[in-house]
Design a protein. Structure first.
Length: 278
């Protein structure tokens, strides 16, 4: 086992090696994003936190092999991942394009003070796949990702809304899920309300696990364990007014002026692997 994967197992995340193929892929992804913004192929609802964040769920036009506009996904990057996950995932999902601008986070008019305070102090930390349902936002396991792959493509700096991770938190949540879902079928797993035990685990993580800022040099990709608690830090760099995302005229902004990370979350072929795999 390489040091990279030892770090992944211990801390719940690690950087992966970059290469020229990934650099070409990033340029194709940038062109795809620019074109979609130019054609206004987005929903206004994707602009959140007072228009300082574009959530961009499933926004990238990639193929099931991860290719973008004829440019293949990096074989070097895939080879690092496939040894652990290659035969267990269905295909590459349509990737998220997460864009933050200077000033993140701002408070949305519909956002409660409690929610905004959590965004500021705990970075809206969450475990992917646990979806808040209904007005009371009860938590249910609905998405069974194998991992989270982040590929930074612009402005990845320590002060530009970096990824925040609680190292080791994946172990706490994995133990909780295995106990809570023991003996259940896939459908039964999806219908079990885990709100209270999720909140209990999150409180334990906040008091026992170190939080770390993750930012990338030269667009180096990183991979997160599916159960790692993570969030998004504030943009703390000095404000440059010319790069602020405007509140009332969303469509003149250049997406490349923001901090962009592309996220893949491919699903397990067998949803129960989300619980049982190490």
């Amino acid at each position: 086992m390489t040091l990279i994967w030892k770090n992944f197992i211990e801390n719940g995340w690690c950087f992966l090696d970059n290469d020229i193929e990934n650099c070409r892929w990033i340029e194709a992804a940038k062109a795809n994003i620019r074109n979609k913004f130019r054609q206004k192929e987005y929903s206004d609802s994707d602009f959140r936190s007072g228009a300082s964040w574009f959530a961009g769920i499933n926004f990238l036009d990639n193929g099931i092999g991860g290719d973008v506009d004829g440019i293949s996904f990096s074989s070097v990057l895939w080879s690092q991942i496939s040894g652990n996950f290659g035969v267990k995932i269905k295909y590459w999902d349509a990737a998220q394009v997460s864009i933050c601008w200077q000033g993140y986070p701002r408070k949305d008019p519909s956002e409660s003070e409690k929610s905004f305070k959590y965004r500021l102090k705990k970075y809206s930390s969450h475990v992917d796949g646990l979806i808040p349902i209904g007005s009371s936002k009860r938590r249910f396991a609905k998405e069974f990702h194998a991992f989270i792959l982040g590929i930074p493509i612009t402005n990845s700096r320590v002060d530009s809304a970096p990824l925040m991770v609680w190292e080791g938190s994946h172990k706490i949540f994995r133990n909780m899920f295995r106990k809570a879902f023991a003996g259940l079928s896939g459908n039964e797993v999806s219908n079990l309300d885990v709100t209270e035990i999720y909140q209990e685990c999150r409180r334990k993580v906040f008091t026992t696990c170190p939080v770390k800022k993750v930012f990338s040099h030269n667009n180096q990709p990183y991979i997160l364990d599916r159960h790692l608690l993570h969030g998004m830090g504030s943009w703390s760099a000095p404000i440059n007014g010319s790069l602020l995302q405007p509140r009332n005229n969303l469509f003149r902004i250049n997406p490349m002026s923001g901090r962009i990370v592309i996220y893949f979350r491919p699903a397990y072929k067998n949803p129960l692997d989300w619980i049982t795999q190490n």
